[in-house]
Design a binder for this molecule. Sequence first.
Ligand SMILES: [Zn+2]
Length: 264
Amino acid sequence: MEYRHYIKYIETINAVMRCAVCGSDVASAEGKEAFCHFCEAYVYPEDKMQQEATAALNEVQDRIKKAEIENAIGAAMKMQKSSKPDVLYALGVFYSFFSDYRYYSLDYNLGGFMEGNSKNIYESLDLIAKSKEMLFKAIKIAGKDAEVDPNLAYVVFLSNIRLGRRVQAERALEMLEKTEKRSQIKDHARMIYAMATNDKDALKYISSGIVELNSFYYLAVYLIRMKRYKESRRLLEALIKKCHMPMALYTLHRLDLFEQETAL
Ligand SMILES: [Zn+2]
């Protein structure tokens, strides 16, 4: 399929579900299943975990939606004593988002970018440290039973990916493959791992999950690696229009910066 068809396809996706791990709205082709655009958790309707999603997590997402980032950070702070690995992982993702937000002083609606100043940069580094702390905590707690519980293995896997710890991520992926019965989760994890390790077969993994929005994000990243910037840009723009996907937003922003630099 050509990327123009992908964009048409992305435009037709209309069902929305809510991620049980981070409270984010998630667009889905048939409203049956999807991966969270914010934290990559597997999302499906009538997920019993959704009812347990804490009010505090929802508050963080609601504040982000309203671009009230200070309040969102405040709401996230309230949860940092949690001992639930999925909550700690979600916090790791949130703090990383806040850090990017600070670093780029990015207007949530893709408005003007301000010049980065040192205050923003220091705050950004603090937030990244906080993100790492949460991810390490998630790994520590989830790691105890990750060998027997695929949900925990997935949290350990994603946390290690976000920390750039490839060996540990690979180990968690092996655990996941042993216990997880849902092939879509295993496929998704393999795709993420292939992208993180620059595997030459990454495209194969991306193509097998291509009905799902996050796969298009990884395709866009893959296209950047292939120096196919224009196609990547079109895909990222289509994704940003369709759903709240911070990783697409920041990748597009980095592509903008890269193209500005190389145009000089
Ligand atoms: Zn999520």
